[in-house]
Design a protein around this ligand. Sequence first.
Ligand code: ZN
Length: 336
Amino acid sequence: MPYLILAGVLVFVIVLAIQYWYIVLPIALLVWAIAVAPRVIRHIRKNRYFSSDEFLARKDAIAAVVAEHNAIAGYTAEMRARGSFDIGASSTGSHAHLATYENTSRHGYRRDRNVAEFGASNVHNCSLQVVRNAATDPLKYVMKYFEIKPTEETLADVERLGDGIARLENAVANLQHRENQIVGSFNPPPFILRYYEDEFMSHVGVKLPEVRIPYPEYRFEYVSAGGNSSQRTSLSFNTPTIDALIEALSQKIKFSKSAAGQRALMTAKLREFIKRRDGYACKSCSVSVAAEPNLLLEVDHIVPVSRGGLSEVTNLQTLCWRCNRTKSNKVVAVNL
Ligand SMILES: [Zn+2]
């Protein structure tokens, strides 16, 4: 019924508009001009700005800074491509791909508003009670249902994951800082940043990196039999979560009196400790934050983990991204 009224009103308006076109047409043109003209003007101003001598001179002056930014962006992409950012898998659904699921209900029942994700290894399908408990005690439940066992190997894996995530976070933060400085040094008119930020970056020559960090995410999911309700608990493995998991695993291992319980744990705290110990300077080429405020520093295993190196304080050092990239390229080449 409301549709009928709406259609009636619409027809009435159209008839009126046709009858009084000599009034409606100029008004429509005016509205169109008001809506479109600012965009056209903005477009012309933008093109004028990007071809201005001031912009081009600034671009030349800052070329080296942009080149360095782009090199780090490339390095970040390498990290992303080489790293593996998952750990543990749910026991439910590991063979789900063998079966076919079909909703065969009649009478137009909408039974699949919520369909369980049986195939995903990062989703544990469970009862409502487990979803609730997982929200209260996430680490305990993630260890239990995603087969993250308190062993030294798992601990080393989680530490490696944490290291990879932290390096990416570190590099992305460094890049964002550099981008802000580049934009700041141009000080473009506000409308440029408001409407043409990406175009501005591409004119300057800045390659914008992928800034999303691939945090592994684990879910406990309950879907009711009718598919009408669904509840979930999600746990994202960011640095605080990974560090807490490292501590929890280490505590459990310590109980069984194994060697891993004795060593330092590769957490954000330890990484910061190493950088401070080394005076925020690269142990290989000696470049320091004091000399280069935007320097991207990383914590490196002197003997790589892949060759049995441990996360001991004595096996860790601070390297700048350039030296670390050279070193990890060599390690990759040797391992191939
Ligand atoms: Zn260096």
